[in-house]
Design a binder for this molecule. Structure first.
Ligand code: TIU
Length: 775
């Protein structure tokens, strides 16, 4: 690795910092806090609850008022299963038939549940229990109580046949939730093998996916699963973004909606939670909660907030998921009527740019899908992406439709959908067609395609960016709500910047790449290009399900990092920027916009800190200048390449044939170097939470790319190339215009810190108020 000393890096960072500071006319480098920065305590202080925060609800609680935002809060109903509440169940044995107290909380829990449903607060139910094989039940849990020499109650153990089926076994009648509190479609049910809801479940992942920061807890038993979950859920430490195991949620337990099997345990358990000014969180009565939620539900605006208003007389709603879902619900549109409008828009746009779609499905086919959805969900609960129109990059398989990867010599007709396509169809989307890309997803320019070179939606002279070119244009031109794209070198982040939309590349391995043409297989990932950060987040959350068929290299999944420092009422996070040496590549217009973005990030709670950028720079060079490019050859097959090299476009051919020169020794040397970079980058990420970079330093015209197709491609990838190699997650968000052309910034986070970058990006998008896509 190039030996960048710390002092060099500090100097580089400092020089830019000076520029920034000068712009805001405050002195000076000396003011930069020494690393590591100590942030203020994030826990809500007494004074923060005394004033009413806009959009928030405050309820009286111990040790002081509990304040939460309904959209960021989940009601968690713990284990209200027949097995714990009804005669003949597991709780009947545990408690020696002392079930009156736990049964008494059913009505109060139900009224909270109904109030949350009306107010739009997310609802999550948990169920304790085991697989029929009991292989997920540790032996002590099975036998410890029965083994007690004085045991008279534990006549049966988990898995044995009770009055309501096998005790605590999934699928049995007793394992399910009592009739009164049964989940409705759309509510999450977390099946847990342990007492705490976090252990060996997707609970934490789902909460982070949904952007939940606050929990309201009901359920049984207060001495066992309720307190185990409430105690573990709370944030106990701040510096745990990378290591550590705290969960990072603000938890309020509802005293009249929890109970257990021994009367004296309840006050003790609850006091322990709020002891010492809120050791683990809050305890509140449900009465004022229900009242406040009802007031909130009644005052909710009748139209949904939306950032992007679609400028057509025929469609008054925006194309983002939230707005369209609302429009469907109030019957302002139907999937069929939306398709009619969008098809006309697509046909009109094809006159402006004929290179967006490689295959546009016929209007007949798309209308058939719309009618199918209408019939299937008539008078039934709708899936979360019901009637949402999307496009799919043509390197992602749709069964029976050719996958070309913009390379006719490579094209094939897949028998199966890519996993993500199957998931999206089950969620209710309408696929409009397959969109253009740089050949074999190699390139960041978007012009390397025999199906034409798409242009930025803002100016035909400028490139769309790639490789997910058609994806970004289809979203930017408001032809669809979002596009399924991919990102290896930055393909999911660059075109969004050139088209004024959001591009999100989750941590590798979150979304399945089964059925995606490999570019650089070990680092490929699915990207979502959308109009809003919330939409990108929603799609990620919905698709983030482990795929057993996923390539072995991506099977590893870590634990999602909590993001509580930005979830408090006064968000705080640390961010880092590249050194001046790299930022010097920005055009003057982009530089101005980037400096403005830095100020904006400070305004939403970011603190600029110092760190070492050299591991990022070194890793970035490896992607095309090192032997990793040989993985692209492996992806298509060396024999195939040599046979079909003449049929590739000149730039693709040059890159692929150039990659055949590397030896196995080169690959191992580079793997070693990359591992060192990744380790060092991970260390740097302990000093900051977010790396804020310009999505690209320049936006070339078609003519400029023709003159220097490969050199300019490298330049465009200056701030994206290392993202997947170092296992980062990243999201590009619109950040302004230079002479009518858009600019985007990218928030990069360490592996599994998706929740954090999404929240920062959301705050940034909210703050800039830039409307996505074409005006
Ligand atoms: N008390 C007791 O045995 N409880 C459990 O095993 N589970 C729950 O508390 N839900």
């Amino acid at each position: 690795m190039t030996a960048h000393t710390t002092s060099v890096t500090i100097t580089q960072t400092t020089s830019l910092t000076m520029t920034v500071r000068e712009a805001e006319t405050t002195p000076a480098v000396k003011d930069l806090p020494p690393k590591p920065v100590t942030l203020e305590a994030t826990a809500a202080k007494k004074d923060s609850t005394s004033k009413k925060l806009p959009g928030h609800i405050s309820i009286p609680a111990q040790p002081y008022a509990f304040t939460f935002h309904p959209a960021k809060t989940a009601l968690v109903i713990i284990d209200m299963q027949r097995d714990f509440l009804l005669k003949g169940g597991f709780g009947d044995l545990q408690s020696a038939s002392q079930l009156a107290a736990v049964q008494k909380i059913i009505p109060s829990t139900l009224s909270v549940l109904q109030a949350c449903r009306k107010a739009g607060v997310a609802v999550i139910h948990t169920r304790e229990g085991h697989e029929p094989s009991l292989l997920d039940c540790p032996l002590p849990k099975l036998t410890r109580q029965k083994a007690s020499p004085t045991s008279t109650r534990h006549t049966l153990v988990i898995g044995q046949e009770g009055a309501m089926g096998r005790l605590l076994v999934r699928g049995e009648y007793g394992h399910d939730i009592v009739d009164e509190l049964q989940p409705i479609p759309g509510e999450l049910v977390v099946d847990k093998p342990g007492k705490g809801a976090f252990y060996n479940t997707t609970f934490q992942e789902k909460l982070i996916g949904m952007g939940i920061t606050h929990l309201l807890v009901c359920g049984v038993t207060v001495e066992c699963c309720v307190t185990t979950t409430a105690r573990e859920g709370n944030p106990s430490e701040r510096k745990t973004l990378i290591l550590g195991n705290d969960r990072g949620f603000e938890v309020c337990t509802l005293s009249d909606c929890v109970d257990g099997y021994v009367p004296s345990f309840k006050p003790a358990s609850l006091e322990m939670l709020h002891f010492s000014d809120g050791l683990f969180g809050w305890v509140a009565d449900s009465k004022s909660l229900v009242e406040e939620l009802s007031t909130f539900a009644a005052s909710k605006p009748t139209t949904q907030p939306c950032i992007d208003a679609l400028d057509t007389a025929s469609l008054t709603y925006a194309l983002d998921i939230e707005s369209l879902t609302y429009a469907y619900r109030v019957k302002a549109i139907t999937p069929t009527s939306l398709v009619e409008i969008l098809y006309a828009r697509i046909e009109k746009y094809s006159e402006i740019d004929p290179a967006v779609f490689i295959r546009l499905f016929s209007k007949h086919e798309i209308l058939a899908r719309a009618s199918e959805l209408e019939a299937k969900y008539a008078n039934k609960p709708r899936p979360p992406l019901y009637g949402i129109p999307i496009t799919v990059k043509d390197s992602i398989d749709i069964a029976g439709v050719p996958t070309t990867a913009a390379c006719p010599a490579y094209a094939y007709i897949p028998e199966k959908n890519a996993t993500t396509v199957t998931q999206l169809l089950a969620l209710g989307v309408i696929i409009l067609g397959k969109v253009n890309l740089d050949q074999l997803a190699t390139g960041l320019v978007g012009v390397r395609s025999p199906y034409g070179a798409p242009s930025s939606v803002f100016n035909k002279a400028y490139i769309s960016g790639g490789s997910s070119s058609g994806s970004a244009v289809s979203v930017g031109a408001k032809l669809c709500s979002f596009s399924l794209a991919t990102d290896t070198a930055g393909s999911g982040r660059v075109p969004p910047s050139f088209n004024n939309i959001v591009g999100y590349k989750p941590t590798r391995g979150c979304l399945s790449t089964v059925g995606v043409v490999p570019a650089c297989k070990s680092i490929d990932c699915i990207a979502i290009q959308a109009l809003t950060v919330s939409d990108a987040r929603k799609v990620w959350d919905l698709l983030n399900v482990p795929d057993p068929e996923e390539w072995v290299g991506k099977l590893w999944r870590g634990q999602f990092k909590p993001a509580h420092m930005i979830y408090s009422f006064k968000p705080q996070f640390r961010f880092f920027i590249p050194p001046e040496e790299d930022l010097g590549l920005l055009t003057p217009g982009y530089k101005t916009l980037y400096l403005q973005a830095i100020e904006m990030v400070k305004a939403i709670g970011g603190k600029l800190v110092e760190a070492d950028y050299s591991p990022f720079t070194t890793a970035g060079k490896l992607l095309y200048e090192g032997s990793f490019v040989a993985e692209r050859v492996a992806g298509v097959g060396k024999e195939w390449l040599l046979e079909h090299a003449d049929e590739l476009l000149p730039s693709t051919r040059e890159i692929y044939l150039g990659a055949t020169k590397f030896t196995a020794v080169d690959v191992f040397n580079d793997m070693d170097l990359l591992a060192k970079c990744a380790l060092r980058a991970r260390h740097e990420f302990t000093k900051f939470d977010v790396l804020l970079v310009p999505a690209t330093p320049v936006h070339p015209t078609h003519a400029e790319i023709e003159a220097d197709p490969i050199g300019l491609n490298h330049k465009i990838g200056k701030f994206t190339h290392y993202g997947n190699l170092l296992d980062l997650c990243g999201i590009t968000v619109p950040a302004g215009f230079d002479n009518g052309m858009p600019f985007g910034v990218t928030f990069l986070g360490a592996s599994m810190s998706d929740g954090l970058i999404l929240e920062v990006a959301r705050m940034f998008q909210e703050k800039t108020r830039i409307k996505s896509g074409l005006p």
